[in-house]
Write a protein of this length. Structure first.
Length: 617
């Protein structure tokens, strides 16, 4: 993961080009100073990158389930990155998407787990497996409800970070909203004989802010504005005390008097308006969301809907939009299942099977980027299945009573207090319809007729075909070494390709074959080539030399240039690189996806354009 992290940082234009970085379940989301410096093509060539694209004001690199590991490796490479995007000039919509994703993404995982546990408890009670009065239920319900109950505190922290203030200040304000004293006062205020509360003569409107979203977001923004303007004006000796003191004294009363009631009114009005539209055409809404949700996910625009989902849960106690997303998710999983059944390629079947499993659990990116979208038709069939399934879910008007990723676990979150009813069975039926229809359409029509005919008539490879191989020449003069001796575990494991390590005896890289330059990294320490016969080669000079940011390297070609064998591609200063403390061991790797076998032809010193590797067909 270390080398992948470095290649990604290089591919987005280097650490100095990164304004901020967050990650969700499967993708890295960069905010870049200059998006033009990012090399999507280079990143798309990396084996562990499913796809790289710019969308919603972010440069997104889709990794899959190991995204957290890559994110952890990238963090130290970025150095001390301040929230420079605070001053970034960007479109209103893009800034909104970035704002929402940054606030909600850190808590999405634990909220999903809490929602799933709530749903399972509802299922256990409905099936009479648990009693609400049992200790088991009470403890598990407490675990499932804790984050929802204290949601203003969690969102106060993440909103404070995003708005550029001290997140502990804004978390404390969120804590004030759900403090037992405030909740007791709210309950007491329901009694008509209770005297109204005031703050310095101003009336205080008491509400239950547990599980609320909008009030703390507005309050956190105000707190950060107060902090930003006050802190620079205070002396160092009192700044760390007076700044939070002012935030608490000013913002907490303001929230209870003005911000909270206005935000609550706005959220209830928004939720009511959505329900009116939904009640007018629920089937049409279900068909549209079922068909278009995964398209929104591809471009990262789905974050714009997250506040609506949370707001509905907070204002109404349920949400009618998220149930219609379940068919959209299972439709893509079903399409990947159709690919798995149809494909004759063992590796593709295994990849599709893994994508199906992830899709059932609500993570559709592996299915979309690795399986369905490249083949086009399966993705379309997944959207068709999602649309029809969503229409059915909209027809029964299913409701979701807790937040979480749309997945097979979501069915338990649809169960009302009265027990399983027709809305739950209708949502299950609609989701199964989406998955089965997408799988059937993909199985029978997912492969174009010409490709299907070619696959059906193609003869299996013979032993002679499998054993046949061709030679690849060396692009570097030097001493070959086994790949597994390389100090970098990513190269040594072969994850970036199979081949050989070379200790260079000269500072030149030449073209080993005729073809073109597929990509040249901006730091010039590595380049990818593709031969006229389709052979793909990654040449990487030194270990961790991306840190040199192009120093001591001189490229003679650019991405897309045509090359012939022997052309000078790159020059590098061996002595200067070694003096800077870098390992000069270089890599020559065959990087074709699913490449069968690659064997070194010699471990003796090789000259430029001497036979180096044997690649099997």
């Amino acid at each position: 993961m270390d080398i992948l992290a470095k290649l990604i940082v290089a591919g987005v234009g280097g650490k100095d080009n990164i304004l901020s970085l967050v990650h969700c379940a499967t993708r890295l989301r960069f905010k870049l100073r200059n998006p033009g410096l990012a090399h999507a093509e280079s990143l798309n060539n990396l084996p562990d990158v499913l796809i790289a694209l710019e969308s919603g004001g972010q440069f997104q690199v889709v990794i899959g389930n190991r995204v957290a590991e890559v994110y952890a490796e990238i963090q130290p490479l970025m150095g001390a990155q301040e929230d420079a995007d605070k001053e970034e000039k960007d479109g209103l919509f893009n800034r909104f998407i970035s704002l929402v994703s940054a606030i909600f993404m850190p808590v999405l995982g634990i909220l999903t787990a809490s929602g799933v546990l709530k749903g399972l408890l509802a299922l256990f009670v409905a099936c009479a497996w648990l009693s609400k009065s049992s200790g088991t239920y009470l403890l598990l319900f407490t675990a499932s409800d804790a984050l929802f109950y204290f949601l203003p505190m969690a969102l106060g922290y993440t909103a404070g970070k995003k708005f550029g203030g001290n997140p502990l200040f804004t978390m404390a304000i969120g804590g004030a909203l759900v403090h037992p004293q405030a909740l007791r006062a709210f309950e007491a205020a329901k009694d008509p004989g209770t005297a109204a509360l005031d703050f310095l003569g101003l009336p205080v409107t008491l509400m239950n802010y547990s599980s609320s979203v909008m009030p703390i977001l507005f309050a956190a923004w105000v707190s950060c504005q107060v902090e930003r303007r006050l802190r620079p004006r205070l002396h160092d000796s009192v700044r760390n005390i007076l700044t939070p003191l002012a935030c608490l004294i000013l913002v907490v009363p303001l929230t209870f008097i003005l911000i909270g009631p206005l935000a609550t009114w706005a959220s209830q009005t928004l939720a009511g308006g959505i329900q009116v539209l939904y009640g007018f055409m629920p089937m049409l809404a279900g068909a549209a969301l079922g068909a278009g949700w995964q398209v929104l996910v591809i471009f990262g625009l789905h974050w714009g809907f997250i506040p609506l989902f949370y707001n509905n849960l907070s204002a109404l106690g349920y949400d009618t939009l998220t149930p219609m997303l379940i068919p959209a998710v299972l439709g893509q999983a079903g399409a990947a299942f159709g690919v798995m059944l149809r494909s004759r390629d063992a590796k593709k079947r295994a990849l599709a099977g893994s994508a199906v499993t992830s899709g059932l659990f609500g993570i559709t990116e592996p299915a979309i980027y690795a399986i369905n979208l490249p083949a086009k038709r399966p993705f379309i069939f997944g959207c068709v299945g999602g649309s029809l399934g969503g229409l059915f879910v909209g027809y029964v008007q299913a409701k979701k009573y807790s937040m979480g990723l749309a997945s097979i676990f979501s069915f338990a979150q649809l169960i009302p207090d009265s027990g399983i009813d027709y809305t739950v069975w209708g949502a299950i039926a609609g989701s199964l319809l989406a998955a089965s229809l997408a799988a059937l359409l993909t199985f029978f029509f997912g492969t174009p007729k010409a490709e299907a005919a070619a696959a059906a008539t193609a003869e299996p490879p013979t032993a002679v075909d499998a054993a046949s191989s061709y030679q690849v020449l060396s692009p570097i003069h030097g001493q070959p070494q086994p790949l597994d001796t390389v100090s970098d575990p990513a190269f040594a494991s072969g994850v970036l390709g199979k081949g050989v390590a070379i200790l260079p005896h000269s500072g030149r890289v030449v073209a080993p074959f005729g073809g073109r330059v597929k990509s040249l990294f901006h730091s010039c320490h590595a380049l990818a080539l593709v031969a006229d016969d389709g052979t793909e080669m990654l040449i990487h000079i030194g270990i961790n030399t991306v840190k040199l940011d192009g120093r001591h390297f001189n490229a003679h070609v650019r991405t897309g240039d045509a090359i012939t064998a022997g052309d000078l591609l790159l020059e590098f200063d061996r002595a200067s690189i070694a003096e800077a403390g870098f390992d000069m061991t270089s890599l020559v790797l065959i990087s074709n996806p699913g490449c069968p076998q690659v064997q070194p032809l010699t471990m003796a010193e090789v000259a430029e354009l001497a036979p180096l590797l044997a690649v099997s067909r």
